[in-house]
Design a protein. Sequence first.
Length: 663
Amino acid sequence: MGNRPFYFWYKVVSLGYYPILVKLTQKNSKDCIQYQIPDNYSVETEVSKMKICCETKYQPNGKVRFTIVWKENKAEWSIYSDRSATSVVNTFLKKNNRPNSNLSGVYIFGFDIGRLHECRLETMGAPITLVNKKKRPLTTIQTISGQNKRFASLGRESGKAIRSLIKKHRLTDETDQPIVYIRKIELDFNGESIILTYKPPDNKNELAKIDAIVRACDESLLARDGYRRLAAVEAFLIREYLIANHRVEITNLINKDLRIGTFNIDKNDDDLSNNLESDDGIIVDEAEIGNGAYRSIYTILQTLIPLWKETSPAIINSGDTLKLKLGGDGRNVGRKQSHVMMTICLLNEGEEVLKPEHQHCICLYVGREKYEDLAKIGKLFQHQLFDLQNNGIYDKDGNHWPVELFFSGDWKFMYIIMGLNAPNSKYFCLYCNCQSELRWDMDQNFENSGNHACENRKPALFPAINQENYIPDELHLFLRIVDVLMECFFNDVIKKKEFEKKIKLEIEQTMQNIKVHFEFFKSRSTSGKWDWTSLMGPDKKKVLEYFPISQFISGIRGQEIEKLWKEFLRLYKVLRKPFLSDQEIDAFEIDTKQWIRTFYCATEGRPNSISHKPGLYRKQDVTPYMHVFAQHMHQFMRQLKMKNLSLRYFSTSSIEKKNHDQV
């Protein structure tokens, strides 16, 4: 060392081993030799006439802890450093009144001793032949903890052996660093799988896997107990407590940015003026825990706007208006309980809003779709909605985004939100002053100017939303009109004498032929009258397109009804097109009104005469949805076309799917 020779003696207490990601000593100069640092290494030597023990231990964070232990005045002392061996050696010298002395930790710890290095390499590659007779046979260990300790000991030694084999077989990169890692070893003990798990050098992949499992459990509604049982059967699955802990971490992380508040929908006091107003502009009694939960629209937008800007291609660009659609849906959960969910989505996303995951829940409560309950929801969000509509929102980068609000839902939800009467009232329409007895009249034009004739009208629950932006739900329009068409048809055939013995079976067989599950049955709730299977949307489309009505209603009338069904399906497909020309919208207006006229056309001529033409249905059979279909949908088409939107984006199917999946 320098020009002066130094001599050290060493007593090896523990040879140690080289871990798979071995650290090297620090390089103090360009030509300095770096030595590998062993783990669990312990050696005794002498420094400044004091006997010391030098130890190394790799830490979970990947650093090496260098420790010196010595005895002085019958007391044991120790110091350590996570920087280097030299650092802990010089700290030791200072503690022993040699502040001006400096020694190399490499030499004091003996990292440069070639024979020790060779012994470690030989030990790593040598087969294990010696039996440790100090250990009892596994079959004599009765406790689970004792058995686990034995397996843990096996795991540590087998890990060392496999890591040495990885190096021996050069499963490494150009710098001799391993590129193959041991993750798990499965053992069989009395028919039970024992998994030895090794900590990966990089836990990013492990975290990604846990993230994927949490998401899969959430989306498939797999409860904690269910996953625990599954993990007990399949030992290679990540343990349930790790999944549960990670779910808590995710929840806490999300709650920092998207706080979830609670309220009581059953509270009798509707006056919220004395309640606290949060920073997000939501009025709620913070001291009250109830049966409803909400999230701030502000914080949701602050979280999502950066994502919408950064996608490729960007969903929103500077200067765009954020077109936010609010929606709601109620769902029965069992016989005695219902849930109501309200969501927002960004219509700028186009087709993506038809996916449930792009509907962002802002409110969920236990209860029904009632004006009194939804009025409380309106008060929760009234300040936010007015502020967004009038002032827009600034994102975290200081960019300003104008906001336009829309609303869509089924008829029941819409008339409650708009403060109107039910569809069986005299002034039924959500968009005009048409009277119920004139629903069939296609010679008049009813503008989308709002219903001002409604008696006992209540205040709208979301007054920040303009009247023209309450958009009909095309899905329920389709479903309810098809219900009327099918009911009219079935009422015709049920009247026939041969229905129960012949026609009923033929209709059911025909439905089966077009891959639709359908049957007639006598309903207990209607005193034994005939009822039938309620079909979903896709099945109703099949029935409109493929069911041969003319086989069950003979003559011109059967043919006309069959044409009526197919024409409605054609018009519905036009309505759902993402892009429409002005000519297509004009044609749609003419064709829908003509469709209504065909629906209620009266019988012409005398029976059995050449001029006889049977009618289809009555004027009073024209429903509110049919009125909207013919009188208002074309107006909404033109309005939305000017805003680069389509009626298909206002379907409630994604909200209903989200409500079904999450409640």
